[in-house]
Design a protein around this ligand. Structure first.
Ligand code: ACM
Length: 263
């Protein structure tokens, strides 16, 4: 069993220092084995250009991820956090996967949403799974709009994920319709760390919908936040319980697949 925490809060645009301070404090104070923060949680979301986002972007070895890595090592906690990742002069919408005793890895968002296309490069990391022996957990990561593509969760599950985490900045409120299905059809836990609040640029306002949630591998909602408050959701999960994909004496949701008939 492991204790999973999802943090919902309201990152401020451009305010890396304040956002990081909140996350370092929350990661230190939250008694869980794994803590998941939202998409672009160090920087805020609604950037308009590559030049603008480059000012707050950092490499995986930069000060923000290093500060969270220090907490992860000191408290023996896994931390997943969205941040604008600088690689050379290219910026990705990434999530750092920080595991004590391992080098951090970056998942780079595969499917860019709306004006992210003006600010970020399309992710090139692909979908990968991180094995965490101490928690007996295989962790897969996708980011926000990736949820609209069932291939994202499916690929992670076929690669062995027990738990998929989804740092998010959701601006629609339909993901809760499909997230339980992603969990159920892949028999995985799924944790959505969304943000709240609004960001306004010129005459355009984005409203972020909160409602962060943790789903069990049968699609059941194990914990859910409201649509506007800061929240820390905590749930005990059993990653190993996802690995047997049969649900009766004959059927197995992975062994029964017929990929030769899929487009
Ligand atoms: C989103 O992908 N941030 C909606």
């Amino acid at each position: 069993m492991m204790r999973l925490a999802v943090v919902q809060f309201r990152p401020a645009l451009h305010a890396v220092h304040e956002n990081l301070e909140f996350m370092v404090r929350t990661a230190s104070d939250t008694d869980a084995h794994m803590i998941v923060f939202p998409e672009l949680a160090t920087s805020g979301y609604f950037f308009l250009s590559r030049d603008e986002v480059r000012v707050v972007a950092e490499p995986l070895t930069g000060p923000s991820i290093t500060a969270l890595r220090d907490v992860a090592e000191r408290m023996d906690r896994v931390i997943v956090v969205g941040f604008p990742e600088l690689d050379g002069d290219v910026v990705y919408n990434s999530a750092a996967i920080i595991v004590p005793g391992q080098e951090p890895r970056a998942y780079r968002k595969t499917h860019l949403f709306y004006k992210e296309r003006h600010c970020f490069a399309e992710g090139n990391s692909g979908f990968f799974v991180v094995n965490i022996p101490r928690l007996d957990c295989n962790l897969g990561t996708m980011i926000c709009y990736d949820w609209r593509f069932p291939e994202a969760a499916r690929t992670l599950a076929l690669r062995g994920a027990d738990l998929i985490v989804c740092p998010s900045n959701l601006v629609t409120n339909v993901s809760h319709i499909s997230m339980p299905s992603r969990a159920l059809e892949n028999k995985v836990y799924l944790a959505v760390a969304n943000r709240t609040g609004t960001e306004t640029r010129g005459d355009e306002e984005l409203l972020f919908n909160g409602a962060s949630a943790i789903y069990g591998f049968n699609g059941q909602r194990m914990a859910e936040a409201d649509d506007h408050s800061d929240a820390v959701l905590i749930t005990d999960i059993d990653p190993a319980a996802t690995r047997k994909k049969s649900f009766n004496s004959i059927n197995d949701i992975f062994a029964d697949r017929r990929p030769e008939f899929y487009a």
